[in-house]
Design a protein around this ligand. Structure first.
Ligand SMILES: [Mn+2]
Length: 167
């Protein structure tokens, strides 16, 4: 039966908090309630604090500054039938360009890749692959130097919309 205004999944995507979680706490407060928090690395030992702030389901992957993290180095999850890779990005030289990451994702049948590391936000939707980088919630490097994150909304038809947000 068709219906409207029903189920909507909200996912908060952040990265590179680097042990400075004030902005993250504020953003979480502003966005709650959401269904899932994804942190794409450079957490620097604050996994427990982030988990507590989120107060619900979280998925985190380690960054290049998370040397002794027990987290698995990357994760593959499914969202609305799409195969999603969560990775910090440094294994794929994303500071240089997206080519290595693109080849890896296409070889693995990934539909959406979410990464961080560059501290520069990106929402790039291509035919084969969508690139999502929420930028840094603490230390932005893009021209406007604003701390960023991304909210993903998935409606009951599986339609996704990615929205860049500022703290
Ligand atoms: Mn970083």
């Amino acid at each position: 039966m068709a219906h409207s205004g029903g189920f909507m999944q909200r996912i908060m995507i952040v990265s590179d908090s680097h042990r400075r979680h004030g902005n993250l706490a504020e953003a979480i407060y502003n966005e709650q309630p959401f269904d899932l928090l994804i942190h794409l690395g450079d957490i620097e030992g604050e996994e427990d604090i982030i988990q507590e702030l989120a107060g619900g389901e979280t998925i985190m992957v380690p960054g290049n500054n998370d040397f002794f993290s027990p987290l698995p180095r990357e994760r593959e999850i499914e969202l609305a039938g799409k195969k999603v890779l969560l990775t910090h990005g440094h294994y794929y030289y994303v500071s240089l360009d997206l080519q290595t990451l693109r080849e890896e994702c296409i070889a693995r049948g990934i539909d959406i890749v979410m990464f961080g590391h560059t501290h520069r936000p990106l929402i790039q939707i291509e035919d084969e692959l969508t690139f999502i980088n929420p930028g840094s919630i603490s230390y932005p490097r893009q021209a406007d130097k604003r701390c960023t994150y991304i909210m993903l909304e998935i409606d009951d038809n599986g339609e996704m919309s990615f929205n860049l947000k500022y703290v």
